[in-house]
Design a protein around this ligand. Structure first.
Ligand code: DAT
Length: 169
């Protein structure tokens, strides 16, 4: 079983993913970290000041872990992941003013800040998730305050437990 945690940078995927992993026993995989460690890049984007992901190599690198299952995958988008990988997809959502402050704290440049907040306003990654997976497995979760984090953990853990029950016979 595998869970995807998606959403604009800064919405709280890493925070939620790590906490979920420690409470569920599932393995947390951060695609950004994986790419950095393996240098799974294909060039550099000067405008956004970041390396360009080599998507094919990321998929190859993850394939074995995904077929073993028991994984929580954290990445902003999902359009290059094989659809068969995930049984449930959560897209985190943060209010614009809160997201702006979080990204400002990260030291994003003006353009990166503006584009990411716009990405959130236009629900780009939620739309992408809906286009990539069956609608019934895609869920949007609020991620503004610490209570949201607790609620999301509780809800996702319940879902995982139910999934394991349903698939254990
Ligand atoms: P992402 O992995 O989506 O880029 P993150 O987990 O690094 O995001 O979180 C970005 C910042 O927001 C970080 O300082 C922690 C904070 N944060 C995350 N979830 C939160 C929540 N539910 N309430 C308050 N702050 C949160």
């Amino acid at each position: 079983m595998a869970v995807a945690l998606l959403g604009t940078p800064g919405v709280g995927k890493t925070t939620l993913g790590k906490e979920l992993a420690s409470r569920s026993g599932l393995k947390y995989v951060n695609v950004g970290d994986l790419a950095r460690e393996g240098q799974l890049y294909d060039g550099y984007d000067e405008e956004y000041d970041c390396p360009i992901l080599d998507e094919d190599r990321v998929v190859d690198e993850l394939e074995n872990q995904m077929s073993e299952g028991g994984v929580i995958v954290d990445y902003h988008g999902c359009d290059f992941f094989p659809e068969r990988w995930f049984h449930i997809v959560f897209v985190l959502k943060t209010d614009n003013s809160i997201l702006y402050k979080r990204l400002e704290n990260r030291g994003y440049n003006e353009k990166k800040l503006k584009d990411n907040v716009q990405c959130e306003i236009f629900q780009v990654l939620h739309e992408e998730a809906l286009a990539s997976y069956k609608e019934e497995i895609v869920h949007q979760l609020p991620s503004n305050k610490p209570e949201d984090l607790e609620d999301n953990i509780t809800q996702i853990l319940k879902w995982i437990e139910q999934w394991v029950k349903d698939h254990s016979s």
